[in-house]
Design a protein around this ligand. Structure first.
Ligand code: PA5
Length: 468
């Protein structure tokens, strides 16, 4: 079996999709610039700026996480992650990729004692109530994840759950009560870190140099993965495989993440401003969701590195093969020429399902595996024939090892793409603004002035005459 994911870029070349494609000469031209980009990224890694590059090599933490998870196995039943954005999407992607699609409905024995996973990444009151309806908090671990340690959504949900938990214990049972809480947050600052210091909750650190959406291979993603029985060592090993490969190859044609970034960049310059991620696997649908955040928050920027306004950034979309062939594909094939599609293609599905022969139907005697593959091939061909550039990432099979590869591949690609677009892929000033406006509206001390201004703005909209 092949030991890594591969990128096939045949169908973005102009000999396949004509003027909508990329010329080989254009790629070659950028390969010189890529050498500089590669050097810069390696330098930034060495100087400690890019914390995500170190995560696959940080195996010291693994035994601690595994033994903690083992302590709760069979004894507890649920693991609830309370976080948002980069502090939640990777957890969901791992769970969805590596477990039975109905994991939470399996019995404890079927799960071999590992915990059910719920990820509370919204403050929709109905959502939290629904989860509380089906979990018994006395057999639940709550992992509160926030790098800043101050994010309103995360803290609000935490307090709601804390109240439920406190109902179950008397004051003298403080130790038992504490066993339900694990806090994953920044090393020094923030409300959550202060709480850990004060209350002595079990905690993990998200290092300052690890940005939220690049943190899935830190305790952010590893702890919930371990509590649900995922082989986290293999996740890290897979990520190391891709990281090492890309680290030692400054030649674009041997650097899979570099090539992905360069092609996405070149296609963006040709007006392909929408980047569709299309896994042919339900297991990988939430990886596409995780990618959506990585690509959007990293590359969507107002200012370039010279502080000029550029308002740049591809719009990532997620779709699912074959399901969305009956929803989105019409647009991708006949709509505006503004997209590049990335197929996530599985070489081998974990099971084979035969289609029984009924009524002499031609489908009988074939397999669902053949059907999904045929549909993938057909869609790829249809896109190409209609001059729609598309890339294919082949994944030998779904396993922690290849999932680790995919995470590191996309993160590195985002870092390279940031250099190509000449923006900072590691900040998110737009999100910060939204967070601060919320603080003001929720009357956080220190935000009084903003509160009055924002409330006046909201009033204007509420009573506008432009409402039908
Ligand atoms: O990628 C990012 O930095 C963001 O999406 C954050 O992960 C998100 O805003 C949550 O932040 P925090 O973990 O600090 O609560």
């Amino acid at each position: 079996m092949d030991d890594r994911i591969r990128l096939n870029y045949t169908n973005v070349l102009n000999n396949r999709v004509e003027q909508h494609g990329v010329k080989l000469a254009e790629i070659k031209k950028l390969s010189k610039k890529f050498k500089e980009i590669h050097r810069k990224i390696e330098e930034d890694t060495r100087s400690g700026k890019l914390g995500f590059r170190k995560l696959p090599y940080n195996t010291k933490l693994v035994p601690e996480i595994l033994s903690l998870a083992e302590r709760y196995r069979y004894k507890y039943n649920n693991f609830v992650v309370i976080g948002i954005g980069g502090s939640a999407l990777g957890n969901i992607a791992i769970q969805q990729a590596l477990h039975h699609s109905c994991w939470n409905m399996l019995s404890k024995e079927e799960r071999k004692g590992w915990l059910r996973l719920f990820v509370l990444d919204n403050v929709d009151p109905v959502f939290i109530k629904d989860i509380l309806d089906i979990i018994d908090v006395r057999e639940t671990v709550f992992n509160i994840i926030s790098k800043a340690g101050t994010t309103a959504e995360c803290l609000a949900n935490f307090f709601v759950l804390l109240k439920e938990l406190k109902k179950c214990y008397k004051k003298e049972d403080l130790d038992k009560f504490k066993q339900h809480i694990i806090i994953t947050t920044g090393p020094e600052k923030g409300f959550l870190r202060e709480l850990v210091n004060k209350e002595g909750y079990t905690s993990f650190v998200i290092e300052d140099n690890v940005v939220g959406r690049f943190s899935v291979l830190s305790p952010v993603g590893l702890v919930s993965a371990a509590f649900t029985g995922v082989d986290i060592k293999m996740l890290l090993r897979g990520a190391r495989e891709i990281d090492t490969l890309c680290s030692k190859n400054d030649s674009l044609f041997n650097n899979i993440a570099g090539m992905y970034a360069v092609l996405q960049y070149l296609l963006y310059q040709k007006g392909k401003h929408i980047s569709v991620m299309l896994p042919y696997s339900n297991n990988l649908y939430y990886l596409a969701d995780w990618f959506r955040q990585l690509w959007a928050e990293s590359l969507g920027k107002k200012y370039n590195l010279n502080n000029q306004i550029v308002n740049v950034g591809p719009t990532p979309i997620k779709a699912l093969g074959v399901t969305d062939q009956h929803s989105q594909l019409q647009l991708y094939i006949e709509g505006p020429y503004d997209k590049v599609v990335t197929f996530l293609s599985l070489e081998k599905y974990s099971v084979k399902v035969d289609i029984p022969l009924f009524y002499d139907h031609y489908l009988g005697g074939k397999t669902l595996n053949q059907l999904i593959k045929a549909e993938e091939e057909a869609t790829r061909l249809a896109l190409t024939k209609n001059l729609r550039p598309n890339l294919t990432i082949s994944i030998p099979e779904i396993s922690p090892y290849y999932l680790g590869q995919l995470f590191q591949f996309f993160e590195l690609a985002a870092a390279y793409a940031g250099e190509l677009f000449e923006i900072n892929p590691f900040d998110q000033p737009g999100v910060v603004l939204g967070k601060e406006l919320t603080y003001a509206l929720m009357a956080r001390p220190g935000y009084e002035k903003q509160k009055n201004i924002i409330e006046r703005e909201i009033e204007k909209m509420k009573f506008s005459k432009y409402i039908v």
